[in-house]
Write a protein that binds this ligand. Structure first.
Ligand code: C2E
Ligand code: MG
Ligand code: MG
Ligand code: MG
Length: 279
């Protein structure tokens, strides 16, 4: 039996791999053309102050509006772009677009809040990242405080020397930096202190059960008190319920972001929210 099963299993396996590879190649080719064809779009998710539920910023989240496959979330194409080098042009488009959006909200007289942009580890390894950011901000005539950058804890620690150099340059331009998905990586606290960051974002995985699970609540409390001891602000990600919100409020969390208030939405809807000011 085993002898018959092995070739069958093998054939099945290669067929799957073939079609996966074909699908991946197609997507890769499509992705190379996506930015030029205007298929990438930024959606904006409000970041809300716990104390008064007012909007204190937005996070820009990229989506790919694929002509046949529909809206593709970043988790399905950013890793691909990081592998094949497309993250360079895509990341640059994201930064430029966020700058243009911030400028257009200024021109429309909307309240002043920063837009946060996610950076990948690959982008951070560019020695000219700070120069690129400066050029894009100048082109959009954007004051430094209007753009923030988010870098995952893992990306920051992976190449800590490069990261601290680039981040110091960016900080010197007057921009704020946040550590994203905090709690999922392995930061040494000593190192964290040496990065010029002003914000920690508690990963969604600790927020999901924060209202019911004592150890998740203890983790959230520990992150918040660590952050405050280092004079950093804390944003909790993925807040979906009032119970999660109340628990995080009781633990002195500064800001929240999540479906309780709004998912990431297209720019015109984000502008409407900003006009209203809060929730
Ligand atoms: P992230 O930066 O941690 O962004 C938060 C993710 O959580 C977003 O997913 C957001 O839509 C989702 N989210 C927010 N609130 C809730 C909630 O209440 N419940 C649930 N279930 N999810 C919530 P999204 O947009 O799919 O982005 C996933 C990740 O892709 C981001 O995680 C970020 O790491 C990456 N990403 C997004 N845009 C960019 C970009 O422009 N450049 C780079 N390099 N990475 C990006
Ligand atoms: Mg983020
Ligand atoms: Mg995050
Ligand atoms: Mg996350």
């Amino acid at each position: 039996r085993a002898i018959h099963e092995v070739p069958n299993g093998y054939r099945f396996f290669t067929a799957t791999m073939d079609s996966e590879l074909t699908a991946r190649r197609r997507l890769e080719g499509d992705l190379r053309r996506a930015a030029g064809r205007g298929e990438l779009v930024l959606h904006y998710q409000p970041i809300v102050a716990v104390k008064d539920r007012r909007i204190v910023g937005f996070e820009a989240l990229v989506r790919w509006n694929h002509p046949t496959d529909g809206m593709i979330p970043p988790g399905q194409f950013i890793p691909l772009a990081e592998e094949n080098g497309m993250i360079g042009p895509i990341g640059e488009w994201v930064l430029a677009e966020a700058c243009r959006q911030a400028r257009s909200w200024i021109d429309d007289g909307l309240p002043v809040v920063p837009i946060a942009v996610n950076l990948s580890a690959v982008q951070m390894r560019r020695h000219d990242l700070a120069l690129l950011v400066r050029r894009l901000m100048t082109e959009a005539r954007l004051p430094p405080g209007r753009l923030e950058l988010e870098l995952t804890e893992t990306a920051m620690m992976e190449d800590a020397v490069a990261a601290s150099r680039v981040l110091a340059d960016i900080k010197a331009m007057g921009m704020e930096l946040a550590v994203d998905d905090f709690g999922t990586g392995y930061s040494s606290l000593g190192r964290l202190k040496r990065f010029p960051v002003c914000k920690l974002k508690i990963d969604r995985s600790f927020v999901a059960d924060v209202a019911e699970n004592d150890s998740d609540r203890a983790i959230a409390r520990a992150i918040i008190s660590l952050a405050h001891a280092l004079e950093l602000k804390v944003v909790a990600e993925g807040v979906e319920t009032e119970a999660q919100f109340q628990t995080l409020a009781a633990e002195q969390c500064d800001c929240v972001q999540g479906f309780l208030f709004s998912p990431a939405v297209p720019a015109p809807q984000a502008a409407d929210m900003l006009r209203k000011g809060g929730f």
